[in-house]
Design a protein around this ligand. Sequence first.
Ligand SMILES: Nc1ncnc2c1ncn2[C@@H]1O[C@H](COP(=O)(O)OP(=O)(O)OP(=O)(O)O)[C@@H](O)[C@H]1O
Length: 264
Amino acid sequence: MKDLVMETRVDTQTIKIKAEKAQVFYGTNHAIKDVDVEIMDKTVTAFIGPSGCGKSTFLRCLNRMNDTIPSCRVEGSITLDGDDIYDARVDPVQLRAKVGMVFQKPNPFPKSIYDNVAYGPKIHGLTRTKAELDEVVESCLRKAALWNEVKDRLHSPGTGLSGGQQQRLCIARAIATSPEVLLMDEPCSALDPIATAQVEELIDELRSQFSVVIVTHSMQQAARVSQRTAFFHLGNLVEFGETGQIFTNPKDPRTESYITGRIG
Ligand SMILES: Nc1ncnc2c1ncn2[C@@H]1O[C@H](COP(=O)(O)OP(=O)(O)OP(=O)(O)O)[C@@H](O)[C@H]1O
């Protein structure tokens, strides 16, 4: 594992998201227990841990995606730039423009490539003219490393692209609202190794602009893309620190068992 860990340093100390004593229940199932986490700006944070440990549940708390699950209840405090995201005055749609999300399975809208990216800026009124919107679409497709492959077919359906291209289109769509944080739930699990490498490269570029939080089953991927890693086990956050330390010198025996393949 050691040789895979990138020696990148966390180059900012600004906290974007802070969770304190976060709890999540699905009915009586206590899925997340007392989690305290600080997500730093311009940093990639990886959530790792065995299946069912609560990584996706906790990720979805960070932009209130769990609001859409009727049995789900969130307690504790989660703030973005110091403001409580669960405050009654917070509009979840506005929150999700600031804290965007990319899912495991690429899910482009049944619209053109152009309209997939233009959708967010349009509904949030971020551009005034067609020319401005064209610029945003082009710049997001470029940032998502997709422009050259689609520039001649912007009005073809997004669903007609390959899986890897569709995932990069979903990333372009997510960054079109200029988010401050991008949540990615196993974004490469449906992709082949080449498309995975392209998305990983993209993640590294995106962190110059905002925070990225990625759930991954691949410890190699966590080691390659993240600067900080959180290890979850049975709904608890067991250990959270710099990725190099977690993979080479874990403090908790449960983390060590997981990264050496003894649990999970
Ligand atoms: N929509 C849901 N409704 C009810 N229970 C859920 C729901 N989603 C997750 N859970 C439960 O919450 C717990 C944590 O699941 P979660 O999917 O967050 O784990 P995970 O670590 O992301 O797992 P995986 O790696 O397999 O995706 C599990 O007990 C799961 O059954």
